[in-house]
Design a protein. Structure first.
Length: 70
């Protein structure tokens, strides 16, 4: 399963959203970013879609297209 590393600051494009291939690499990436962006979280792609779709008011696939892959 893929995991997404995201911050609240991603809304203002200060932090790129990233997709990691596994949970370990996602949490390692989070550890690297947490000192700079204290609100970095790791979500599975399904969790991301369930949280974002209702507030995005549409399919989150549009957001996922522009996410860099790790």
């Amino acid at each position: 399963m893929e995991y997404i590393v995201i911050s609240r600051e991603q809304v203002s494009n200060k932090l790129n959203r990233e997709i990691c291939n596994d949970k370990t690499s996602a949490y390692n990436r989070r550890k690297m970013l947490i000192n700079t962006y204290n609100d970095v979280v790791v979500l599975s792609i399904d969790e991301f879609k369930n949280l974002i779709d209702p507030i995005w008011n549409g399919p989150s696939e549009e957001l996922l297209k522009n996410i860099s892959k790790n």
